[in-house]
Design a protein around this ligand. Structure first.
Ligand SMILES: [Zn+2]
Length: 247
């Protein structure tokens, strides 16, 4: 029976909807399916006429649908690489401190991932990586020195080999011996001095043809020598023939 009083009609409709949510949903879906285009146009018109409400509505919708928000963010970032870059750069310019702190916190939480990412970036951007490193060393001289010292302590062979190469290069002599090759030479001699045959943990690199006689720091001209033999030999050629090991 039709209601004469509009208030009564409204109340009855509200009761009906409350009691039959499924029917309401189904009828709404059916209506939408039949009038999809009008609905979409109406929705678009509403959205463009109510920018503030729309923003608030979207924000609350996404706050209630975190999965969808994440998917949308991922999709947005994948399709707007340049915009993201520009946004990051602009944000960094105005919030350098906050961004640095945020980045440091993330790296502290994701050490391994941060290390892998940095290494990948350096591989992809060798020139920039080099420039960054040089700039960092300029602004952090004390830290740079401390890092060098730590590295040298952990890798004395690398440091010594580099030092020897540097020394030989200064004399314009061939200098190609690497720390690995030096290890191989010592192993080939059974970690013994090439002159007296004594086993030693502290073998030094002896130039068979000395630097002063244009002997290079190369795999072919270096033999292991214990301290006393190296210093007694001085800059002379070996007294006893050295058994050069084929490497
Ligand atoms: Zn010796």
């Amino acid at each position: 029976m039709p209601y004469k009083d509009p208030e009564q009609k409204k109340a009855s409709s509200t009761r009906y909807r409350a009691h039959h949510p499924e029917r309401v949903k189904a009828s709404r879906a059916a209506r939408h399916a039949a009038h999809r285009e009008q609905d979409n146009a109406r929705s678009a018109a509403w959205r463009s006429n109510h920018p503030e409400e729309r923003k608030a509505y979207d924000a609350s919708y996404l706050a209630n649908h975190p999965e969808e928000k994440r998917a949308r963010d991922v999709n947005y970032l994948a399709t707007h690489v340049e915009e993201k870059k520009a946004y990051d750069a602009a944000r960094y310019a105005t919030h350098q401190k906050e961004e640095n702190a945020r980045s440091a916190a993330w790296r502290a939480e994701h050490r391994e991932e941060a290390r892998v990412r940095s290494a990948a970036w350096r591989m992809a951007n060798p020139e920039e990586a080099k420039a960054t490193k040089i700039a960092w060393r300029k602004t952090h001289p004390e830290e740079a020195k401390a890092r060098d010292a730590t590295y040298q302590k952990a890798h004395p062979e690398v440091h010594r080999a580099a030092g020897a190469r540097h020394k030989a290069r200064k004399r314009a002599l061939p200098a190609t011996l690497t720390a690995k090759q030096w290890q191989a030479i010592k192993a080939a001699y059974g970690n013994r001095c090439a002159y007296c045959g004594k086993k030693s943990q502290h073998l030094t690199q002896d130039h068979v043809v000395p630097l002063t006689k244009s002997g290079g720091t190369t795999m072919e001209n270096i033999v292991p020598a214990c301290g006393p033999c190296n210093s007694s030999k001085g800059a002379n050629l070996p007294v006893n023939p050295v058994k050069l090991v084929l490497l």
